[in-house]
Design a protein around this ligand. Structure first.
Ligand code: TYD
Length: 144
C-alpha cells in the first residue's frame, strides 16, 4: 500500500518551533475531532481496527510509535517519530500501534465525530469488506 506522509511546515525562530494544522492547507479533510494518546504503556498494542468511513491524520507531537497498516494488500510497518510529519490514515485501512515510547504523545485529527458503529474490529471481516485474501507479508509497502 502507499504510505502517505505529509510534511508539515515548521515555523521556527530563536524561541522554538510551531506547526499549524489547517483544513485543506496541510490537512486534506475537514477537521471534526482531535484526540491524543499519552501515558501509553510500552508493551501495549492499540488500534486493531479499521474505519469504514473515517479519515485521519496522525502526528507524534512527542516521542515515537510504530504503526502497522494494511489496506488489504499486506501489512506495512511505519515508524512515526517526527512532529513535523503527519501520517494519513484513510478509510478502510487496518491499523495497529505499538512500541510507544514512554514520552509518546500521539495526536490524531479526524474528519468525523466519534462513532463506534464506524469501527471494524475483526480482521477477517475487514479483509472480507475490502474484498481481498490475507497475504501475510510486508512486501507491499511503499513510502510516499
Ligand atoms: P479505543 O477506540 O479503544 O482506542 P484505540 O483504538 O486507539 O486503542 O478508545 C479508547 C476509549 O476512548 C474507548 O472507551 C472509546 C473512547 N473514545 C472516545 O470517547 N472518543 C474518541 O474519539 C476515541 C478515539 C475514543
Amino acid at each position: 500500500m502507499d504510505i502517505e506522509r505529509i510534511q508539515l511546515q515548521q515555523h521556527g525562530d530563536s524561541r522554538g518551533m510551531l506547526i499549524a494544522l489547517e483544513k485543506d492547507r496541510n490537512v486534506p479533510f475537514e477537521i471534526q475531532r482531535v484526540y491524543y494518546l499519552f501515558a501509553t504503556k510500552c508493551d501495549v498494542h492499540r488500534g486493531m481496527h479499521a474505519h469504514r468511513n473515517l479519515n485521519q491524520l496522525a502526528v507524534t507531537v512527542r516521542g515515537s510509535v510504530t504503526f502497522l497498516l494494511d489496506d488489504g494488500s499486506g501489512p506495512c510497518e511505519v515508524v512515526l517519530n517526527d512532529p513535523s510529519q503527519g501520517l494519513l490514515l484513510r478509510r478502510m485501512v487496518w491499523r495497529e500501534m505499538y512500541d510507544f515510547t514512554e514520552d509518546c504523545v500521539l495526536m490524531v485529527l479526524a474528519d468525523q465525530l466519534y462513532d463506534p458503529a464506524d469501527y471494524i474490529t475483526d480482521y477477517a471481516l475487514f479483509l472480507h469488506e475490502v474484498g481481498t485474501a490475507y497475504r501475510g507479508d510486508m512486501a507491499a509497502c511503499q513510502s510516499g
